[in-house]
Design a protein around this ligand. Sequence first.
Ligand code: PBG
Length: 328
Amino acid sequence: MEYVTDFKRHRRLRSSKAMRDMVRENHLRVDDFIYPMFVVEGSNMKKEVPSMPGVFQVSLDLLSNEVKEVYELGIKSVILFGVPNEKDEVGTGAYIETGIVQEATRLIKREYPELLIVADTCLCEYTSHGHCGVIHNHDVDNDESLELLAKTAVSQAKAGADIIAPSNMMDGFVKVIRQALDEAGFTNIPIMSYAVKYASAFYGPFRDAADSTPQFGDRRSYQMDPANRLEALREAESDVEEGADFLIVKPTLSYLDIVRDVRNNFNLPVVGYNVSGEYSMVKAAAQNGWINEKELVLEMLTSMKRAGADLIITYFAKDAAAWLKETN
Ligand code: PBG
């Protein structure tokens, strides 16, 4: 019998590496990456986070070396998280001039002025209760927290941060922070808003790294329900109106549909935060020899770009930067 042959020959465009390279639609570049770093108070400390192999808490005196490695790999941006020695009810360490993130920012800017510093603007690493704002009647008080977040943003900008990234999920944070930055003369400092941030179990390892686990309750009254999709658009919409310059979607891997929704509905750069749990799952499988780490990570990061992310905050930034150098 004769078979029909009048079907589409999709394999034509896959026939050789050169052909596949020619028709590839999405590309990973080192410019896409923002590398998260955890800076601790104290000295001579470089401690691996047990649940995040390859990720370290580093003290200020050792920070230069770490940043040098990042910089030499061609990575152009880092996001800083602070781990202070002392915490209190109102997260003072987040907004004092001598705060750990402020100190780290000044130090990095002195040595690597072109490296873009993104400051995560939140209180949870600095509050004794571990919540992202101040507590009243066992809940986070939205409007009172805004004032402290605005103070935090301004102090980070004063220290030299290039981009302010509020991650606290209080309503109105972009508006209040924009106003405070403008009044302090920082009209040129952009806000990279954690516009869409879900209450996710994928943040577990980060909370070990940043020592920011809530001491009671959870974050569900301010972070989003993972079951919701339209709510993400409402969150992004208000942040755009309030003056955000970038929109973060977090987590990313289980939320690629949301990345695409945000990409399709808004015209700002979209940032995927490839969070700690996404990193740790891959690392654990890789350590067991169950997956090919390099191929899997590059595929995962590429899928985030395909979904619509322009930038990716990722703990894999150093590995990926090195792998991209190898393959190109
Ligand atoms: C602070 C903050 C968190 C993350 C980034 N900023 C933790 C949280 O909301 O509990 C998580 C990042 C990660 O898991 O990699 N609010």
